[in-house]
Design a protein around this ligand. Structure first.
Ligand code: UDP
Length: 490
């Protein structure tokens, strides 16, 4: 929806008093876009409070520093995380600290226990917030919002392609009519022919996972009872799927890509995190390589690989003969892998050709560096959107959750990626030959490689345009704020 200048002017004065409460799920890939959304809203004149827990607040302290430096009104409401009460180890406040599958439901239970202290805090406020923006994984915010009479919307950190595919699969139950995990089925009522197998669907959609299915139903209910959804995507990226999902949700406001918004905002302020990058080995390495030559390899915040798989990956990277930056996530660092790397003399053998980062890398900076030419990724939505924003083509290696949907969007719909070839179901090992082949395919000079790169560059331009004044995401953000302001003042 386009806003007239008069409306925008009227809104600017009204938004001054607005206070939006953001309630994220305590996982890195939810917290990152939530804090980026906070910056977007605060830059639009809103006072924002983000609910966090002590350790997560420490991790995101720089958000407060950046907000102070740029006069943005962003605050944290820190609530103790009930590790002990939920039966979790002390300090397990973020999903990336959950290392055993048995702890996962306990972690969700602990997040649900935040309801009571949050409501206590709300009841003590002189004026309650004008809007609650809730994570989809916290359906209890629905009753909190009703209790305090606060409009509530859901913030989605996934694409409209995923939302529409999941919705159409769940409502048609088309996946229940196929006989094997590997038999493809067509998702009904989509603008294009899109096929999946059961092995590629999120665990929560599968028949034998009753408790997860129940949780998903609660999420869906909480979404449908909300006033609408904010989505970390941009309309031009997946127009037909946005329009399709507008028929499901009451309102759809696509306001992304949020990581790009944050990057541009920090650059404007002259605070683009350059110091940390300058110091890092990654940047020195990138500076020493030719444009579009480096493969960046990272599997998000929660990867759990067998050491045997990581050995194949390492050998494939080496065999590809392309420079690489390989992030070994904290849960993937193991004594077995380290012993193998030393035994193989892998680091020495690849000196000058590859860099290994253990733990956490400055992903957005790496992706935007001119030397980066490809991204081997697990296809988490944040990573996918970051690659789109940076104009970097992808090698897709999805594993769980909605990652196969993102692969399909990148490879089939947008045509900016190549598959490594995993079919889902968990136990396929990707061989070093598969890694080498996919890298060669992606980095091909001329031919399809060039066309893929050109398409990726176009998407980058479109993402930038969406965030400019008058662009789709910028206008959607304003019309979302107007939607809330209109209710408060009516
Ligand atoms: N990330 C990062 N450095 C790393 C690993 C991850 O900055 O070494 C960031 C990445 O840029 C993205 C987020 O963590 O914003 C991961 O989110 P995604 O949705 O891609 O995957 P998930 O963590 O949910 O599997």
């Amino acid at each position: 929806m386009q806003l007239t200048n008069i409306m925008i002017h009227a809104m600017a004065s009204q938004t001054y008093q607005q206070h939006f409460l953001l309630v994220p799920f305590m996982s890195q890939s939810h917290l990152i876009p939530f804090t980026q959304l906070a910056k977007l809203l605060a830059a639009n004149g809103i006072t924002v409070t983000i609910v966090l827990t002590p350790l997560n607040a420490t991790r995101f302290n720089m958000v407060i520093d950046q907000a102070k430096a740029s006069n943005l009104k962003i605050h944290f409401k820190v609530l103790p995380f009930p590790c002990k009460e939920a039966g979790l180890p002390e300090g397990c406040e973020n999903m990336d600290s959950v290392t055993s599958p048995q702890h996962q439901p306990l972690f969700f239970a602990a997040c649900n226990m935040l309801k009571q202290p949050l409501e206590k805090w709300l009841s003590e406020l002189e004026t309650v917030p004008t809007c609650i923006i809730s994570d989809i994984c916290l359906p209890w915010t629905s009753s909190t919002a009703t209790k305090f009479n606060i409009p509530r919307v859901i913030f989605h950190g996934i694409s409209c392609f995923t939302l529409l595919c999941s919705h159409n699969i769940s409502t048609s139950k088309v996946h229940e009519r196929v006989t094997s995990m590997s038999q493809p089925f067509v998702v009904p009522d989509l603008p294009e022919r899109i096929e999946f197998t059961k092995a590629q669907l999120p665990e929560a959609m599968m028949k034998d996972s009753e408790s997860l299915k129940e949780a998903i139903e609660q999420f869906k209910k909480a979404e449908l009872s909300s006033q609408g959804i904010l989505v970390n995507t941009f309309e031009e990226l997946e127009m037909m799927y946005v329009r399709g999902y507008e028929k499901v949700a009451r309102n759809v406001w696509c306001v992304g890509p949020l990581s790009l918004y944050e990057k541009l905002m920090l650059e404007k302020l002259g605070r683009d995190d350059k110091p940390s990058m300058d110091e890092s080995e990654c940047v020195k390495f990138l500076l020493s390589n030719k444009p579009c030559s480096v493969i960046y390899v990272c599997f998000g915040s929660m990867s759990h690989f067998q050491a045997s798989q990581l050995k194949e990956l390492a050998l494939g990277l080496e065999a590809s003969n392309h420079p690489f930056i390989w992030v070994i996530g904290k849960n993937d660092c193991s004594a077995e892998l380290e012993k193998w790397l030393v035994g193989e003399n892998f680091t020495e053998r690849n000196k000058g050709r590859g860099v290994i980062v253990r733990g956490w890398a400055p992903q957005v900076e790496i992706l935007f560096h001119p030397a980066t030419g490809g991204f081997l990724s697990h296809c988490g939505w944040n990573s996918t959107l970051e690659a789109v924003s940076a104009g970097v083509p992808m090698i897709t290696w999805p594993m769980v959750a909605e990652q196969f949907f993102n692969e399909k969007l990148i490879v089939q719909v947008l045509k900016t990626g190549v598959r490594i070839g995993v079919e889902g179901g968990g136990d396929t090992i990707v061989k070093k030959e598969d890694v080498k082949k996919a890298i060669e395919q992606l980095m091909e000079q001329g031919g399809e490689g060039e066309q893929r790169r050109n398409r990726a560059k176009k998407l980058k331009e479109m993402a930038h345009k969406a965030l400019e004044d008058g662009g789709s995401s910028s206008s959607n953000c304003k019309s979302f704020i107007q939607h809330i302001v209109g209710q408060v003042h009516s």
